[in-house]
Each structure stands twice: as structure tokens, then as C-alpha cells.
Design a protein around this ligand. Sequence first.
Ligand code: X2X
Length: 341
Amino acid sequence: MTTTNQPTRRSLITGTAAAGALASVGAPVFAQSAEMTFKWANNIPVTHPSNIRVREAVEAIKKESNGKVEIQVFPNNQLGGDTDMLSQVRSGAIDFFPLSGLILQTLVPLAGINGLAFAFKDYQTVWAAMDGELGAFIRAAIAKVNLHSFDRILDNGFRNITTSTKPINTAADLQGFKIRVPVSPLWTSMFKAFGAAPTGINFSEVYSALQTKVVEGQENPLAIIDIAKLYEVQKFVSMTGHMWDGQWILANGKRWAGVPADMQALITKHVTDAVMKQRDDIRRLNNGLEAQLKAKGMTFNYPDVKSFRDTLSKAGFYKEWRGKFGDEAMAKLEKYSGKLA
Ligand code: X2X
């Protein structure tokens, strides 16, 4: 089986052999010059803007540090799925790891708050909140578990539902629907409240879960649907835009604290620059992706979101999460989103 969004055995072996060959040529040079070597790992295919911009940042950091700071990037779940990588960044086995706040929620409950369904009406509101008071409040909670989080969050995007079986037009179409969600309490709760049958699966397993019909559908931004080639195993895109999701760039707290201040500043500068460019890339990608995905055989529909919001309200979804996040946090969110009920 060759899936495009995860390394096959063959590509892993070839990759290792290639790395070995390179190492025998290049390693002594790096070993002598790099004073600090870091591992950066993520869940996203190499062609995604997150990885393109990170590679640029890594180059710039290496150059401006005169080769002292070397960051190795392991994309596409090479080091394991998200829940695995979260353990690794905590233990120090990896140093930098971009992760959805909603998946981080298993460790930092508050980090899922931006995923409350239909909280953000547009990107302007998203960035005002996440670069403003709401984001600062979330990062303070992240710092408490000894993870450093860079100030600017990567865009993943507004999420839409795809299926192999039928378009989702109203919330009623989700009744009993077998859908993959990321491993996260808020995501599972949301789709249960819709009446669906959600299963928490790491992104590393999503393509094959869809291909083997373990689940009928999933939800993701258009950029992911395209870049991870989910159109090969899904037919319908229902533009629910039910939540906005981004990735906090996390660093192992102890390792980060040990990096000299000037090097911290250099890394932060280029990481921030990469994030701002990545946001712009995703915005531009989104504009052309519907036409591209249609050309690849997908059928689009634009549901009225009212039935989805009403279903969540009736199921007590907002009430439950208001209780869990607490009034202070909800006030920070609602400053941007308006009242959620
Ligand atoms: O796992 C997903 O669906 C993804 C790729 O969107 C996240 O990183 C949350």
C-alpha cells in the first residue's frame, strides 16, 4: 500500500540510506561547526507551507548563526503521530513541535478553546484573538506544563467535512456518521453533540483509515485535504467551516531555557517570520483550492450552518464547555467571538 501522506517502509529505508550517504560526506563538517543541534518534527507533508517556510527559517538560522545552530526537520509523522510527538517534546527527544491547540488539550485543557464551534466568523477575528489577549492567555497555560510556545500560531485553517458517501447538508446528515476526528476531547465532544460517531485518530493514520473505510469521513481545511491527497479517498466536501484550528509551535521548556538569549532571539525572529509567511501562503492557497479539488473529482456543497449551531446548542455543547473552560477564559474568547450559546 502506498499512501501519500505517510512514509512507506520503502521510503523510510531509501530515506535512511540516503541520509547515511549524505552523513558520510557532510557529517564531519556539521559536527565540527554546529554548537547546537535541534530536532523539529511535525505531522504535515513536506509540500505544505508549514514545512516550506520552516525549511527557509532553518536555512536562515544556520546562516545567521554562522553554522552554530542546526535544526533538523522531520516532517510527515516520521517520528510518530501527534500524541507520540507530544510525549517526545515533553521528554526532550524532540525540541520543536507544532501542534494543534485542540490536541494539546489532553495536557493543557484551555488550549482547545479556539476550537469551540463557529467561534470565529473570519480570519481578521482569528488573528485579533490569537495574536491578542486570547492567545496570550492560552500561552500562559502552556508555559505551566514546561513547554515554551512561540507567540505566533501557525494557520491550519477553517475546517470542512469530507466524506466518501454523501454530502453533509444539515446536522441531521451527521446522525450516526462515522467520522475521524483528531485525538482531542473537544473534537470528540463536538461530533458527539452533532449526533455523529467520532473516532479519535492521529493524522498519521487518516489516509489509510479513509481508504479502508474504517471511517466514512473526516474534517480538515482545504489545504490539508489537497496536500495530503485526501481527494483520492474522499468524494464530497461540505463547507461547514465549523471551527478554526492552528498549530502552536512548542519547544521543550528545559532545552529552550538553556539556549543563550541571542540565539533564542535569532530563532524566534525567523520562526515568527516563517509563521507570518505561512499564514499568507494558506490564505492564497485557499482561494484557488476549490477549483483544483473539483478538477480532482470532488463535489462541493455549502450548507447553511444554522442547523449545526442549533444542534450543538440543544445538545448542551456550549454550556458544557463554558463550564470546563471557566468564565474568565470564555470572556477572553467572547471578546472576539461574541456570545457563544
Ligand atoms: O490532524 C489533523 O487533522 C490536522 C492535520 O489538521 C491537525 O494537525 C490537527
